[in-house]
Design a binder for this molecule. Structure first.
Ligand code: HEC
Length: 184
């Protein structure tokens, strides 16, 4: 092989290599993959309007003063019939299974000397108010877990208010109902 021939061959070879490199460079230029600035999918930004407050809160029970304002003592006397299994209502009434309830509104809790109250009720303290009586009649065990009063509780708030209106009448000096303003 002549030197000149070698050079020719070598040049041809170099030329093809150069051409190939140019091709690669050029194709990279043309097909340059578009890379997003931030990898990953663009998620729809959840600017969805804030959900309407979940299923409107359960209707709130009317406050006790409002229920008492429209309470009916005569209906209450009927609803209080269940109490008479265990309680007397008349003035000077005797102890039955439970203590007599004449004048119970405003009376200190667990205060009748002739009755053996449970420790649970004795621990309640304070005087019977319309508020505490409402709580008691609605859920005796919720107020004094260890009570001897085997009464499941009157769950109807208006019936309880009626019973309270009846209890109000069982006194020589009936205690006035709380007003909206005086109730906390
Ligand atoms: C099954 C019997 C029973 C029934 C029914 C019952 N009670 Fe009682 N009650 C009791 C007993 C027993 C006590 C004493 C509780 C204790 O010492 O744990 C009591 C206590 C009470 C007290 C506390 C009195 C005090 O001197 O501190 C009130 C108020 C009361 N009951 C109201 C009622 C009303 C109102 C009803 C009807 C809605 C009712 N009870 C139904 C048995 C009963």
């Amino acid at each position: 092989m002549h030197a000149a021939d070698f050079n020719k061959t070598a040049l041809t070879g170099l030329g093809s290599i150069l051409f190939a490199m140019l091709l690669v460079a050029f194709s990279n230029l043309v097909f340059a993959p578009q890379r997003p600035a931030v990898p990953g999918y663009a998620l729809p930004t959840s600017a969805a309007p804030s959900q309407a407050p979940a299923a409107a809160a359960a209707p709130k029970e009317e406050p006790l003063p409002a229920l008492l304002a429209k309470a009916d003592a005569r209906k209450g006397a009927q609803d209080a019939k269940v109490c008479t299994t265990c309680h007397t209502f008349e003035k000077g009434g005797a102890v039955k299974i439970g203590p007599p309830l004449w004048g119970v509104v405003g009376r200190p809790v667990a205060s009748l000397p002739g009755f053996a109250y449970s420790d649970s009720v004795k621990a309640v303290g304070g005087d019977w108010t319309y508020e505490t009586l409402d709580h008691w009649i609605g859920d005796p065990k919720g107020m004094a877990a260890g009570t001897k009063m085997a009464f499941p509780g009157e769950k109807d708030a208006q019936k309880r208010a009626d019973i309270l209106a009846y209890l109000q009448t069982l006194s020589d000096k009936p205690v006035p109902f709380p007003t909206q303003a005086s109730a906390k």
